[in-house]
Design a protein around this ligand. Structure first.
Ligand code: RP5
Length: 179
C-alpha cells in the first residue's frame, strides 16, 4: 500500500515541538495532537541539552531558517532543554516539564521555570495538561495575526463550555435516579 503523505510535509511549520528523549513522546504527543487539530503543521525533533548539545544548536538554527515562529520544548529530570533553546533563539519558548524520574516532575518544573532574568521560558504545567496548554498558548499567539485561527480557537472554547454544561446535566440526571 502506498505510504500516506505526511500532512505537515508540504507547508512550513510555524511551531517546532522539541523533546529531550523519545520517552517524552507520550506526553508531548498532546501538544502535537492539539496543533494538528487546529490544522497547524508542526516540526517534531528529539534533541537533548545534555546528551546532544551540538545537535540542539543545529536543530534550533534549522528551525529558525525554516521560519518556525515558536518552540514548544518538553524535558524531564534536570530539564535544561527549554532554557537552552531559549538561550539560542529570540523566538518565544514554551517549556513543558515531564515527570520522568522518581521526583514526579517537580525536578523538571523547577529546572524549566527558574530562568535567570533576560532569557524567558514560558513554563506550563507538568505533563500532558502542560503539553496541550503549550499548544493552545502557541495557537493563541499565532491567532493574533490569523483571524481564521482566532475563530477556531473561539469555537474550541465554546465547545469546552458546552462540555461542562453537558457534564452538569448528566450528573444531575444520575443523582436524581439515585435519590
Ligand atoms: C530527559 O531525561 C528527557 O527529556 C527525558 O524526560 C529523561 C529521560 O530520558 P531517557 O533516559 O528516557 O532517554 O533528558
Amino acid at each position: 500500500m502506498p505510504k500516506k503523505p505526511d500532512p505537515d510535509a508540504t507547508r512550513p511549520a510555524p511551531v517546532a515541538v522539541l523533546m529531550g528523549s523519545d520517552s517524552d513522546l507520550p506526553v508531548m504527543q498532546g501538544a502535537v495532537d492539539v496543533l494538528r487539530q487546529f490544522g497547524i503543521p508542526v516540526d517534531v525533533e528529539v534533541t537533548s541539552a545534555h546528551r546532544s548539545p551540538d545537535r540542539t544548536r543545529e536543530v534550533v538554527r534549522r528551525a529558525e531558517e525554516r521560519g518556525v515562529r515558536l518552540f514548544i520544548v518538553g524535558a524531564g529530570g534536570a530539564a535544561h532543554l527549554a532554557g537552552t533553546v531559549a538561550a539560542l533563539t529570540p523566538l518565544p519558548v514554551l517549556g513543558v516539564p515531564i515527570a520522568s524520574t522518581s521526583l514526579g516532575g517537580i525536578d523538571a518544573l523547577l529546572s524549566t521555570v527558574q530562568m535567570p532574568a533576560g532569557i524567558p521560558v514560558g513554563t506550563l504545567a507538568i505533563g500532558e495538561a502542560g503539553a496541550r496548554n503549550a499548544a493552545l498558548l502557541a495557537i493563541a499567539a499565532l491567532a493574533l495575526s490569523d483571524d481564521g485561527l482566532a475563530e477556531r480557537l473561539a469555537d474550541y472554547r465554546r465547545d469546552l463550555a458546552a462540555g461542562v454544561e453537558q457534564k452538569s446535566r448528566r450528573l444531575k440526571e444520575a443523582l436524581s435516579k439515585d435519590g
